[in-house]
Design a protein around this ligand. Structure first.
Ligand SMILES: [Zn+2]
Length: 137
């Protein structure tokens, strides 16, 4: 897979996906709030410091960037420069995600992952329903 972004596009994307309080995360927070749920953010005492934690429901949500967490949607395009570096880095991220989710499930937490690409404009209603189902179950 070849990186089709220009250098400036790529650095803008990197900056955006690295930052806390990314737009997909804000969208998920607003939806959960509108559904009447309250949550804590980035709970460091739990494996992986989940983005949203619903303590009384024993549920957590991770909002994951498609690039950094190697989603299979096609947005995870490894840059052509320093390709081995990026592959190794993103492999580590994906392996850590699996470890963290297993650890949480062993501790009795329900885990949901919302991918960045699932929070785009046309997909909000589907995401809202998914959140509602997850939080109600
Ligand atoms: Zn994706």
């Amino acid at each position: 897979v070849v990186d089709t972004f220009s250098k400036s596009e790529r650095s803008r994307i990197m900056a955006a996906v690295k930052s806390r309080d990314t737009t997909p995360e804000l969208i998920v927070r607003r939806l959960a709030h509108a559904l009447g749920y309250r949550y804590r953010l980035h709970v460091r005492s739990l494996p992986g410091a989940p983005d949203l934690v619903f303590p009384r429901l024993d549920k957590v949500i991770f909002v994951s960037g498609c690039f950094w967490h190697r989603h299979t949607c096609g947005r995870c395009r490894i840059p052509a420069t320093r390709r081995a570096y990026w592959l190794a880095k993103i492999d580590r991220n994906a392996a850590r995600d699996q470890r963290v989710q297993r650890a949480l499930r062993r501790l009795g937490w329900g885990v949901m992952v919302v991918w960045e690409c699932q929070s785009t404009a046309g997909k909000i209603e589907r995401l809202r329903k998914r959140l509602r189902t997850f939080l109600q179950s």
